[in-house]
Design a protein around this ligand. Structure first.
Ligand code: FAD
Length: 534
């Protein structure tokens, strides 16, 4: 049976980092199992290709949420990358670390070693900031992950930023410094106008060294246990025979917030009642596996524009041809754009210590309008979005069958908590005020979403329930901690009670970070590599 020092399950945002950092020691032999295949699709590389990859079944697990009791019982499409680079190959490129207070909160909850001061060196080590480098006390300049400013900022985005300033929210020099408050153009995980995915940054350089063995199209079906010790992984390539590989040191799960808890449950590690429901024998009772699932829920406001260019007019006919040529020659223009351009962090209540709301802006409107729609509308427009930063609403992730190919139940429980609902209500009204504020107001031809018929608080909440969606940030389903519901030890990344088994991915975040979750996941894997090697 093939034997490795470490087996990493999942070549996504975290798994690629671990392969690179652990593989730096040439004496170590490492296997990486990835359920997806190569990331050659050109739409992965071109930033505007987001709309073509986000629901592409060849690159995607294609999940959807369970009906949400607080969002009109709707199911929501829930993409997760199934390809080299994982969700890092299909995400929206936005580089957002969160607030220093997020990590200080983790430490406060008992996760020693995870305060802002502890994790900042890992954020810095990971990145090459580009565009002048930024403040060296908080930004890094020789890491594998390339972060760039937008190459082609749009005038409408500037008007959006100015309208925020007019309402008292000024521009901030670097929202990734630990203090987020203010507005900005989003920094992006790109190099020279192309997506710079975890596979580009970490996996391919790791494989080049010769001691990292990548097995693609390999679905890990269970962690092999010998009593309370993990000894290997059972997996299957396509419809082939079940195979097994052994780990001399550790099995490291980096399958993400949906698949990691599912794999633990299928391996007999989880809540005994839940395991009983699917006929899996309990190997180790750990009730927190799959609980504490949180996600960002976002709502949009949109308007048709006049007197200013939007991306819509450039998305068809001869103008599109010109954009394709422009991108091919200069890596600029329509095709170099992420779905979100500008943004902001603000407090929905003045008494808050730090922002509780994230804002998104795109100088474009989308067919269907509602959050999650990605195909550009033919009419010129702009779209504003908002998501409460640290949702109190929590849900769960539960395997629904002992068969690893059957999709698990994903229940984020959006808007279950009144704190989340109140913050969203305030932010939706703020977005309308932005549309009515100079200099943005001069470009507004007509509010199309939700439209002038929405007036009362109840109208707004109905809009939120009916049209909101995920911003693709599930976390917390195998949280770090030392309390009875914790799954992973913050000092070692070991699964509590099982030797030789560690988790490092977005699932370990005990609470939501204030923003998009890639940067935090990247940092977690950087730090996990050090903890594992020590
Ligand atoms: C559409 C979309 C847009 C997003 N936009 C942004 C953004 O703009 N900015 C941002 O910061 N974050 C964004 N995110 C979130 C960010 O990409 C994720 O937080 C991050 O990738 C999570 O990393 P991970 O390592 O936990 O999981 P992933 O990156 O999802 O990696 C998990 C990997 O494990 C593999 N895997 C899972 N189970 C198994 C198994 N049983 N056997 C073998 N392999 C397995 C998967 O195929 C996948 O490759 C977005 C996510 C999505 C889906």
């Amino acid at each position: 049976m093939p034997e490795y020092d470490y087996i990493i399950v999942g070549a996504g945002a975290a798994g690629c980092v671990l392969a690179y950092r652990l593989g730096a020691d040439p004496s170590l032999k490492i296997a990486v199992l990835e359920a997806g295949g190569a990331d050659r699709n050109i739409m992965i590389k071109i930033p505007a290709g987001f709309s073509k990859t986000v629901h592409n079944p060849k690159l995607n697990w294609g999940y959807e949420t369970a009906p949400g009791p607080h969002i009109d019982n709707r199911r929501i499409a829930f993409p997760r990358g199934k390809v080299l680079g994982g969700s890092g190959s299909i995400n929206g490129h936005l580089y957002v670390r969160g607030q220093s207070a997020d990590y200080d909160m983790w430490a406060q909850l008992g996760c020693r070693g995870w305060s802002w001061d502890d994790v900042l060196p890992y954020f810095k080590r990971a990145e090459t900031r580009g565009n002048g480098g930024g403040d060296p006390s908080v930004r890094g300049n020789d890491g594998p992950l390339h972060i760039q400013d937008q190459r082609d900022p749009q005038p409408l985005s500037d008007a959006y930023i100015a309208a925020n300033a007019a309402l008292g929210l000024p521009r901030t020099p670097d929202y990734n410094s630990g203090n987020q408050e203010g507005t900005f153009l989003y920094q992006q995980m790109m190099k020279d106008g192309r997506r710079w995915s975890p596979a580009d940054a970490y996996l391919r350089p790791a494989i080049k060294r010769g001691n990292v063995h990548l097995i693609q199209h390999a679905l890990a079906e269970a962690v092999v246990l010998d009593g309370k010790r993990a000894t290997g992984v059972r997996y299957r390539v396509g419809n082939g025979e079940v195979q097994e590989i052994r780990a001399r040191r550790d099995v490291i799960l980096s399958g993400g917030s949906i698949n990691t808890p599912q794999l633990l449950q299928l391996s007999g590690i989880g809540d005994p009642d839940w395991l009983g429901d699917i006929g899996v024998q309990v190997q180790h009772a750990l009730p927190g596996v799959g609980r504490n699932l949180r996600d960002h829920y976002a709502v949009r406001v949109a308007a048709l524009v006049q007197g200013a260019g939007s991306l819509n007019e450039r998305s068809h006919g001869l103008r599109l041809v010109a954009e394709v040529i422009r991108y091919a020659l200069f890596r600029k223009g329509l095709l170099a754009q992420s779905p979100s351009h500008a943004g902001g962090y603000y407090k929905t209540r003045p008494e808050l210590e730090t922002p509780d709301m994230q804002l998104y802006f795109a100088p474009a409107s989308y067919a269907g309008g509602r959050y999650g729609a990605t195909d550009l509308d033919t009419r010129a427009g702009m779209t504003l979005g908002c998501a409460q930063l640290r949702p109190e609403s929590r849900g769960h992730l539960k395997a629904t069958s002992a068969d690893p190919r059957v999709k698990p139940e994903i229940q984020p429980n959006y808007l279950a908590d009144s704190i989340d609902r109140d913050a969203l209500l305030s932010a939706m009204k703020y977005m309308r005020r932005l549309l009515q504020t100079a200099p943005l107001a001069q470009f507004v031809a007509e509010e199309t979403l939700p439209g002038p018929g929405i007036v009362t608080d109840e109208d707004w909440m109905a809009h939120a329930r009916a049209t909101g969606s995920t911003t693709y940030h599930p976390i917390g389903s195998c949280k770090l901690g030392t309390d009875p519901m914790a799954v992973v030890d913050p000092l070692s990344m070991r699964v509590h009670g099982i030797a030789g088994l560690r988790v490092a991915d977005a699932s370990v975040m005990p609470t939501m970070v204030s923003g998009n979750t890639y940067a935090a996941t990247n940092m977690i894997a950087e730090k996990a590599a050090d903890l594992i090697l020590s």
